[in-house]
Design a protein around this ligand. Sequence first.
Ligand SMILES: *[C@@H]1O[C@H](CO)[C@@H](O)[C@H](O)[C@H]1NC(C)=O
Ligand SMILES: *[C@@H]1O[C@H](CO)[C@@H](O)[C@H](O)[C@H]1NC(C)=O
Ligand SMILES: *[C@@H]1O[C@H](CO)[C@@H](O)[C@H](O)[C@H]1NC(C)=O
Ligand SMILES: *[C@@H]1O[C@H](CO)[C@@H](O)[C@H](O)[C@H]1NC(C)=O
Length: 356
Amino acid sequence: MERTSLKLSVAIIVVLASGFAYKRCSCAVVQFIFGDSLSDVGNNNYLTKSLARAALPWYGIDFGSGMPNGRFTNGRTAADIVGDKMGLPRPRAFLDPTLDEDTILESGVNYASGGGGILNETASLFIQRFSLYKQIELFQGTREMIKAKIGEAAADKFFTEARYIVALGSNDFINNFLLPVYADSWSYSSTGFVNYLVSTLEAQLRLLHSLGARQLTFLGLGPMGCIPLQRYLTVSGDCQESTNKLAIGFNKAASQLLVNLSSTLPNATFLFGDAYDFFQDMIDRPQVYGFNNSDAPCCSIGNIRPTLTCTPLSTLCKDRSQYVFWDEYHPTDKANELIAKQVMSTLGFKSINDTN
Ligand SMILES: *[C@@H]1O[C@H](CO)[C@@H](O)[C@H](O)[C@H]1NC(C)=O
Ligand SMILES: *[C@@H]1O[C@H](CO)[C@@H](O)[C@H](O)[C@H]1NC(C)=O
Ligand SMILES: *[C@@H]1O[C@H](CO)[C@@H](O)[C@H](O)[C@H]1NC(C)=O
Ligand SMILES: *[C@@H]1O[C@H](CO)[C@@H](O)[C@H](O)[C@H]1NC(C)=O
């Protein structure tokens, strides 16, 4: 009698324990992030032949220990900040050697890669980077791994409940269409190229939906004609208006695409996160936002501009929180914080813990 009841209680404990483990696995809401250097948290640092890496000081100077961590900024990316504010765990870089099934179930994966574009051919000059198609292919592999670990039904639930961020497109212009060394620059008109980009993006977002993505946010482009590198190319030092027009044209078509997909794909909440006008206003009226400089990079190497990156030989501005741009391409932590807040408020995003 005693033996039976002991066996029974052991059995109950086993059931409870595995039930709890199952619940923990299938109930964690995590993020899968696809993007370029604006969201990279270390992938390119493992791509040792890539020419787009944030592996040297002063990248990361305001993050953790202050050592370079693969982020192309002094502190956090906009995606870091949106996730933090929503109460979601920060996903590790796909190439981080500590990533395994358990860490994926706890915090998702970040596939973003500096130089990555919507098009496979974008930024081929950087030699190594994950294009969006490549990132989705890696995500497919992740899905298979998780399915093998927790079973198909639990995996379906896990991937359906996850949040997806897709944030790229500027490299398709800056490191493709606008550079005459790329065939796309002479094969397409501006409108033709934007259509090519948006139809490729449509196929990619449909593919992600077929792989389980239901809650997805695509982050639109900022005024990329105002990054220090583009200003350098104008005689006056003003923003490159023709480049900004491309971003506006792309954003318009992409936001329509997201609306279309959201209304036609089953159960899809696909949103377009727009901070273009806000970003432009930060550049036009920096003082309003607490900045003192919105045209030069905080980390620069003086007259040898345009350098591709911030380097240990560069000089830093005195107060990093007063600069909109960290290097020739990327915003500072402070600018990212304001952009993230703007995106969240326009989309009505709240912390996952206070949805009731
Ligand atoms: C883009 O690259 C992916 C692999 O990453 C490949 O499967 C796909 O066929 C390529 N697409 C085009 C249009 O080249
Ligand atoms: C969105 O749908 C409208 C109406 O069906 C269509 O005219 C438009 O071309 C679509 N746009 C995109 C970018 O898919
Ligand atoms: C849509 O959601 C409903 C309710 O959760 C579910 O039964 C159905 O299978 C879902 N359909 C797709 C295609 O995801
Ligand atoms: C802004 O920078 C200029 C020099 O570039 C300086 O003269 C001015 O005092 C700064 N203003 C603030 C509020 O820091």
